[in-house]
Every structure is written in structure tokens, then in C-alpha cells.
Design a protein around this ligand. Structure first.
Ligand SMILES: NC(=O)c1ccc[n+]([C@@H]2O[C@H](COP(=O)([O-])OP(=O)(O)OC[C@H]3O[C@@H](n4cnc5c(N)ncnc54)[C@H](O)[C@@H]3O)[C@@H](O)[C@H]2O)c1
Ligand SMILES: O=C(O)C(=O)C[C@]1(C(=O)O)C=C[C@@H](O)C=C1
Length: 366
């Protein structure tokens, strides 16, 4: 039997989910968005089966509804669910980056046809909109689920089943613990990234040449400052208590670091940096590190046509799958480095060997 799935909000996240759900034949994916261009794009590119302009009509026959709209819009749409007489029992979920405000709204639902299980795929991008959507965006990412209203183990399994082609790892958390952890690991870092960019921009008044010195470090740490400002304003608003507390702790921590700098306490500074490095690098067994890391190699490449293709072709010829490729712009226009991630130590070492044999400078970072 076909499953009718309505995705409300066909942007980066909704479009990516729709694409992954289109991979299963039993799914019939209906897209709803206030932006007609996004609906047209999705329909034209086969990201959905059907487009809808009117929310309450779209959900009449739904088995599943997934809200992939900005958080405040998701809350308004959940409230609308009480104003319709649905034909079927329906499992409703969302993807909002903050869970408490969404879950508290869902707990107020009175429509007995609805089961609400919150969701948050922990992957994304600084890009927005349907054109940036990718079916594999959530592959290997954590996907948090927060049961809230009339949930049962069977309903939870049914939701996981329609999301299975995301190839993500599901974890059930309550909204409070989710919001505290994402404040630390996602929301607050975003604030710092934007703040670093502001600092650089102010200093540019004194040193017009400054942006030309922005090399790998500044670019790495500030990439997320290029994200969608409206989306992030909404995230900070809905998680304001947790983010504000972290900001308070951070200011205190910065005062301590200032003292370390001012007093030149060498040992304490090395200790501070070492502890951060150890945490970042993860535990000795990388698979259970604090921040999961994979089996990476770094390859120097000339910035010239075909450089990337020749690396991937060499590995493809030996049947080696690359988990991820990232181009690190170390020296723009001259040389760059590729970070290739593999699934195992064995393929990591084999790939390094193959590339070195073909004259590439390839290395594993200690
Ligand atoms: N961007 C990320 O990295 C990321 C990651 C995980 C979760 N999220 C969450 O995903 C949600 C969407 O974020 P995104 O990055 O896909 O944003 P996006 O801007 O790419 O997409 C949002 C879409 O929602 C549509 N929309 C807005 N209001 C609507 C309404 N009332 N009804 C129907 N459609 C409406 C917009 O037209 C747009 O197509 C947010 O709740 C965000 O917290 C984002
Ligand atoms: O990769 C990025 O650009 C992201 O910011 C994605 C990211 C994050 O990792 O913090 C941001 C917000 C989401 O709710 C989930 C993931």
C-alpha cells in the first residue's frame, strides 16, 4: 500500500528528505511550500510526486506529515492541525533545530488522529533552498527523535521506516537534553563564528589588506557564518535561555584566557591547548571519539583541470569507495589539498599507497 507523505517546506532540509523518501517505491511524496518556485523546481526535478499550495487540503489523505519549515512557521502549522478533520490517523514529525518549543506546542494538540514525534537530522549546510537539497545529506548523521503526543513504539518504527533512506542513525532524546546539547555543539559555535567575522570586518577598517590573509584557519572556523540569517535568528530565539547561559560561561572563560595571555603562563597555556586538541582529536580509538572522525588522507593537488578526477579515478579503478571528499583551499589558485575520508584504516592506507605510487603527495595527519 502506498504511503502518502506530505513534506511541508521544500528547502534544503525538506527537499533532501523528500529526495531520500522518493527512493522507496511505496512512498507517494507530496510537497507543500509557500514559495511557488520551490514547488515548481521540486516537481520538475522529480523531488516530489505532487505539489500542493494549500496546507489543509494537502494533508487530508496524509499518512505522514513532516514539517521542514522555519521553527516559528512549524509551530503555527502544528496549531493548524487541530482545525481539520483528518481522514486517516497520521504520524506528524518536524526537523526543527530546537525541540522544546515545537514539542510543547505538539503536547497541546487535541486532534486524536495525530501522533507527534519530533525530529532533528543533525546535518545541514550553510546553503538554503531546494536547489541545495541532496538525498544523501543525512547519511551517517545522527537523527534525533523526540516522541511527544500519542507516540507508541510501533509509530516510532513506522516513522523510522519512511526515513530509512536517509541512512542516518536514529537516537531518541527528550527535548530538554536535545536543546542543551545542540546549544553547546551547534548553536553557540555559530554565534562565535559570526562574531569572529564581525571582528575581522572591524579590523579591516585599519588594514584594508586583511581579507587577503584569510587562509585555511579563518575560512574553516567561519564557514557557518555564511548560513541563512533568518533561520539562525529563529534558532537563537527558540533556544535563547541555553545560548544565553553558554554566552555567560564563555565570557568568564575568555577572562581566564585573557589572563593566561597577559601573564604569559606558558605551561597553563600549553595545557589549555592540549586539552582542547585531545578532545577534538577524540579518544585513541577514533570511532568513539568525542567528535567522530573518519579515516582521512590529505592529498596535495595542483589547481588545474582534471586534478580531482585523476585522484578519484585511481581509487575507483581499485574499487575503493570514498566516503567524503573535501577541497581545502590552502593557497587559492596555486595548490590545494583534498581531504579524502574512507570507511576503514585498511582502505585509508591502501589509497595513500596507490596515490603515492602515482606521484601524488599524500599523507595522514598525526
Ligand atoms: N539548514 C540546516 O543546516 C538545518 C539542519 C537541520 C535542521 N534544520 C531545520 O530545518 C528547517 C528548515 O531549514 P532549511 O535550512 O531547510 O531552510 P530553507 O530556507 O532552505 O527552507 C525552508 C523552506 O520552508 C518554506 N516555508 C517557509 N514558511 C513556510 C510556510 N509557512 N509554509 C510552507 N513552507 C514554508 C520556504 O519557502 C523554504 O522553501 C528549520 O526548522 C531548521 O531549524 C536546518
Ligand atoms: O553544516 C552546517 O552548515 C551546519 O551548521 C549544520 C548544523 C550543525 O552542524 O550545527 C546546523 C544546524 C542544524 O540544526 C544541524 C546541523
Amino acid at each position: 500500500m502506498k504511503k502518502n507523505i506530505v513534506v511541508a517546506g521544500l528547502g534544503l532540509i525538506g527537499g533532501s528528505l523528500a529526495k531520500s523518501m522518493m527512493l522507496a517505491e511505496e512512498n507517494h511524496v507530496i510537497g507543500y511550500d509557500v514559495n511557488q518556485d520551490s514547488l515548481d523546481f521540486a516537481l520538475f526535478n522529480g523531488i516530489i510526486h505532487q505539489a500542493a499550495n494549500e496546507f489543509l487540503n494537502a494533508i487530508q489523505d496524509a499518512d505522514f506529515i513532516i514539517f521542514a519549515t522555519p521553527i516559528s512557521e512549524t509551530i503555527s502549522l502544528i496549531n493548524e492541525l487541530n482545525q481539520t478533520s483528518l481522514k486517516k490517523d497520521v504520524i506528524v514529525s518536524d526537523v526543527a533545530s530546537v525541540k522544546s518549543s515545537v514539542i510543547n506546542t505538539a503536547k497541546e494538540l487535541t486532534n486524536e488522529r495525530i501522533t507527534f514525534i519530533g525530529g532533528h537530522p543533525m546535518a545541514g549546510s550553510h546553503k538554503k533552498g531546494i536547489s541545495a537539497a541532496k538525498a544523501h545529506l543525512f547519511e551517517n548523521a545522527m537523527y534525533v527523535l523526540t516522541p511527544a503526543y500519542r507516540s507508541t513504539p510501533e509509530k516510532l518504527s513506522a516513522l523510522k521506516e519512511i526515513l530509512q533512506n536517509t541512512k542516518s542513525n536514529f537516537v531518541v532524546l527528550n527535548a530538554e537534553e536535545h536543546d542543551e546539547m545542540t546549544a553547546v555543539i551547534s548553536h553557540f559555535p555559530h554565534l562565535i563564528a559570526s562574531s569572529l567575522v564581525h571582528q575581522a570586518s572591524k579590523w579591516q577598517n585599519k588594514h584594508a589588506f586583511l581579507p587577503n590573509l584569510a587562509a585555511g584557519g579563518f575560512r574553516d572556523i567561519t564557514r557557518i557564518a555564511s548560513s541563512n540569517p533568518e533561520l539562525w535568528q529563529d534558532i537563537f530565539y527558540h533556544n535563547r535561555q541555553k545560548v544565553s547561559q553558554l554566552l555567560k560561561d564563555w565570557i568568564e572563560e575568555m577572562a581566564n584566557i585573557k589572563e593566561l595571555i597577559d601573564t604569559n603562563e606558558k605551561e597553563k597555556m600549553v595545557h589549555f591547548l592540549k586539552e582542547a586538541k585531545n578532545y577534538r582529536d577524540g579518544l585513541p580509538d577514533k570511532s568513539i571519539g568525542a567528535i567522530p572522525s573518519f579515516y582521512d588522507i590529505y592529498v596535495d593537488i595542483r589547481d588545474q583541470p582534471g586534478a580531482l578526477a585523476s585522484v578519484t579515478l585511481l581509487l575507483a579503478n581499485k574499487n575503493i569507495s570514498i566516503k567524503n571528499i573535501e577541497i581545502l583551499e590552502i593557497r587559492e589558485g596555486i595548490t590545494g589539498a583534498l581531504r579524502l575520508s574512507f570507511y576503514s584504516k585498511k582502505t585509508q592506507l591502501k589509497s595513500m599507497d596507490i596515490l603515492q605510487q602515482h606521484g601524488f603527495e599524500a599523507m595522514i595527519q598525526a
